[in-house]
Design a protein around this ligand. Sequence first.
Ligand code: SF4
Ligand code: SF4
Length: 87
Amino acid sequence: MFVCDKCGLCCMKVGSSAIYSILDRGDGVCKYFNSASNLCTIYYDRPLLCNVDEMYKAHFKDKMSKEEYYNLNYKVCKQFKQRQKEK
Ligand code: SF4
Ligand code: SF4
């Protein structure tokens, strides 16, 4: 299972991604993100884009192993955290 520490950084930066920008509420943050709880308000109905395991099954399972796919995602998480530290 993909391990997410719920930092919320990916949900706060949807505006910086061409694919995720459809979720932008206007200031770069996802319209479904709750800043108070730091959680997704539609978690169980979140788009495929936001569901690592379902995305893997739908689009990547024939291209790479699940571990490789998780590692690509962890890399992005790490970049978000690094950028946040540098602020
Ligand atoms: S950046 Fe990564 S760890 Fe943070 S909420 Fe998003 S998926 Fe989870
Ligand atoms: S839909 Fe939910 S999981 Fe996806 S970016 Fe928005 S708040 Fe995050």
